[in-house]
Design a protein around this ligand. Structure first.
Ligand SMILES: Nc1ncnc2c1ncn2[C@@H]1O[C@H](COP(=O)(O)OP(=O)(O)OP(=O)(O)O)[C@@H](O)[C@H]1O
Ligand SMILES: [Mg+2]
Length: 393
């Protein structure tokens, strides 16, 4: 059995975790920093759930940088073959070797009496061709077998099939992988494992149980502003603060896809490139497509923006539903011809017109998940076997 070398603790305390993550591009709050700190002390994977663009993947990237570990990433997708996650035999290399060694192989079967005997003799050489030399490690095996401690990111695990989830169950509790032709490979160093999920389906309770679970939501205004600041978007402090407020208002609109942190960053960069000096209704409306990605959402947001910029704004009827953002926010003195933009936003018609739920909206919070019943995955469901031996301590 391999001896596990325990590296020095990554962080002395929660505060250090927070600080080092910040130095490497990730601004966390106490809850998040505590989870990361605990992960490094308890050797437990972290499961991050939450909407798109709230920094789930980025946490793993920054954790790798903050701890000086190499990052290995398994991007999950539907129909993913576990060989792409664990390991596969390098068929090309095996073939190449048999070609090069043709004469040697010929010599082995040269004086065989018949075909049966030839096959028997070749079969005896199996172990040569099914050895570590011909093993192509994929991220999970690579993380276990690495000579250096690593961070293993298992991204968007909710997209993986249940069979792969079952494979993960075994791996995450034992930190070892059994390869029938070779034996059990145990972790030389325990990887820091970060799993992320957008909740397109319920993950098994068994998987959740093995992890420190953290729901990442949109940050509060102060932290979001801090994040924007840290990205050097080029937008002035004052405008960035105002922009964060506008984005937070947009998130209250019950959009099909609410703007996330990444969209706030993109919007800030866009406005900076345009040299904007004031966040007027016109400017925001004409750049809204940077943050709002569905036609229906765009209409809703365009209607609401004048009120966000100026609570006393009035919007002409003729401008509703344009979807282009031209001319919003200009009062023309004829109030009878205008109506309150929020009438539409908060009204029944707007809600009725709401788009069908997509991947990241209502359903994604779980309570309303229509994608199927909660599915339990049994530990033995993976088609590969994992040794039940305890990992070394
Ligand atoms: N706390 C944070 N500190 C620094 N940057 C952040 C933070 N949260 C989000 N970001 C930035 O927001 C962007 C989106 O983050 P990320 O890709 O990690 O989101 P995600 O949650 O993985 O989204 P998805 O579910 O779509 O994959 C990145 O540019 C990232 O740098
Ligand atoms: Mg991600």
């Amino acid at each position: 059995m391999t001896t596990l070398i325990d590296p020095a603790p990554a962080f002395v305390d929660v505060e250090e975790a927070k600080q080092r993550l910040a130095e490497h591009g990730y601004l966390s709050d106490d809850r998040l920093a505590t989870t990361v700190f605990l992960q490094t002390r308890l050797d437990k994977p972290v499961l991050l759930e939450g909407p798109a663009g709230v920094g789930k993947t980025q946490l793993a990237l920054s954790l790798a940088r903050a701890t000086g570990r190499r990052l290995l990433r398994l991007q999950c997708y539907e129909g993913q073959d576990e060989t792409k996650a664990l390991y596969e035999w390098d068929y090309g290399k095996q073939l190449l070797y048999t070609q090069i060694l043709r004469e040697k192989i010929g010599a082995i079967v040269e004086d065989a009496a018949d075909l049966n005997e030839s096959i028997e003799r070749i079969a005896k050489q199996d172990s040569v061709f099914f050895s570590e030399r011909f093993l192509a490690a994929r991220p999970l095996l690579e993380a276990i077998d690495s000579e250096e401690p690593v961070v293993l990111l298992i991204d968007e695990v909710d997209r993986a099939d249940e069979a792969l989830e079952a494979v993960l169950l075994e791996l995450l509790s034992e930190f070892q992988i059994s390869i029938p032709e070779i034996g059990t490979i145990s972790a030389k160093h325990l990887p820091y494992v970060v799993l992320t999920s957008n909740n397109t389906r319920d993950l098994s309770a068994a998987l959740k149980r093995r992890c420190l679970h953290l729901f990442l939501d949109y940050p509060d205004a102060a932290r979001e502003l801090e994040i924007i600041r840290s990205k050097d978007t080029g937008l002035s402090e004052a405008l960035a603060g105002r922009l964060v407020e506008i984005v937070r208002d947009l998130r209250t609109l019950d959009l099909r896809k609410a703007p996330s942190i990444s969209e706030t960053i993109d919007w800030a960069r866009t406005l900076a490139v345009l040299g904007v000096e004031e966040l007027t209704s016109d400017v925001l409306s004409s750049t809204l497509n940077v943050v709002v990605k569905y036609e229906r959402d765009l209409k809703k947001a365009l209607d609401a923006i004048p009120k966000m910029v100026d609570p006393n704004a009035v919007v002409p009827d003729s401008l509703h539903g344009h979807g282009h953002g031209h001319g919003h926010g200009h009062g023309h003195g004829d109030d009878s011809a205008h109506r309150d933009a929020n009438d539409d936003v908060d009204g029944k018609a707007a809600r009725a017109a709401k788009d069908r739920p997509g991947r990241h909206d209502r359903g994604y919070y779980g309570a309303d998940n229509k994608l199927g019943p909660s599915r339990e995955v049994s530990a033995g469901q993976g088609s590969r076997s994992f040794s039940a031996r305890k990992r070394p301590v």
